[in-house]
Ligand binder design. Structure first.
Ligand code: SF4
Length: 181
């Protein structure tokens, strides 16, 4: 590794989800294949558009009202730039970044996710979703330490073990075992 390691937020994200993948990616430029999640991207875009609507009129989203959340979507001139910079990054990193830039960040965050209903009687060219809103604790005091841990791992000769429940690695391991028998 070079003397100065340029660490992106996505590298730290990778370290958090699987240190081995972080080393493979950052040290050896080996990345897992990416899958096309067309439907997920469409739902994500529609959700963003909906929140942008309420951001524009500075009114609470109906889900906020339904769940007693006293807030409106945050409006800022740099929002589009942040979106392209923060793409694919978990909320903890975004929150840490906001705090570092002097913004006040609430103690809680909400994760909104949509689960497609698979057992509807008819399709009718329409997909319905169950909506889940999950409250998350917003402590970021651990982030600095994880950045340091990521750098220390990349500077070391340590090659961490794969996660036991990762589909990719289990698939490759089984393929490998078969080909050497
Ligand atoms: S366990 Fe999964 S995430 Fe980790 S290195 Fe293997 S493929 Fe990557």
């Amino acid at each position: 590794m070079p003397d100065i390691i340029k660490l992106s937020r996505s590298t730290v994200e990778k370290y958090l989800s699987c240190p081995r993948c972080c080393v493979l990616d950052k040290k050896y430029q080996i990345k897992p294949p990416s899958l096309p999640f067309t439907l997920n991207i469409a739902v994500d875009n529609l959700c963003k558009n909906e929140f942008d609507y309420y951001r524009k009129i500075q009114e609470p989203h109906p889900l906020f009202i339904e769940n007693g959340i006293d807030a409106v979507p945050f409006k800022h001139k740099d929002l589009e730039r942040w979106r392209s910079n923060f793409q694919g990054i978990r909320y903890k990193s975004i929150e840490h970044k906001f705090k570092k830039n002097g913004f006040q960040v609430a103690k809680e965050a909400y994760l909104l996710y949509f689960n497609g209903k698979k057992n509807e009687e008819l399709f009718n060219n329409q997909l319905n979703f169950d909506v889940h809103l999950i409250k998350l604790d917003c402590s970021t005091s651990w982030v600095e330490n994880k950045i340091i841990d990521t750098v220390n791992l990349l500077r070391s000769d340590n090659f961490p073990k794969p996660s036991l429940d990762c589909e990719y690695c289990n698939y490759l391991k089984k393929r490998w075992q078969l080909s050497i028998t």
